[in-house]
Design a protein around this ligand. Structure first.
Ligand SMILES: [Zn+2]
Length: 73
């Protein structure tokens, strides 16, 4: 089965990723990422994870479980 990059559509042939303009209809493909697109995706993913980790939920000052229990009682 031939590997094809789902981003740039390059195909892997003999360990190299090439632009294959003439794809055979008889070839069977499995989708993945070529090394360049993989690096791009991982970089974007790392940026998203860092962005999410930097956003913290607001801390409510002065409220304890005891205060909430008093209100509910
Ligand atoms: Zn690619």
């Amino acid at each position: 089965m031939t590997k094809i990059c789902c981003v740039c559509s390059k195909v892997e042939e003999d360990g190299d990723w090439i632009t294959d303009c003439v794809t055979s209809a008889t070839k069977r493909f499995t989708h993945g990422y070529c090394p360049a697109c993989y690096d791009d995706v991982m970089e974007d993913l790392g940026r998203i994870v860092n962005m999410r980790n930097s956003v913290r939920p607001p801390v409510v000052q002065g409220v304890s479980n005891y205060d909430i229990a008093d209100v509910c009682a």
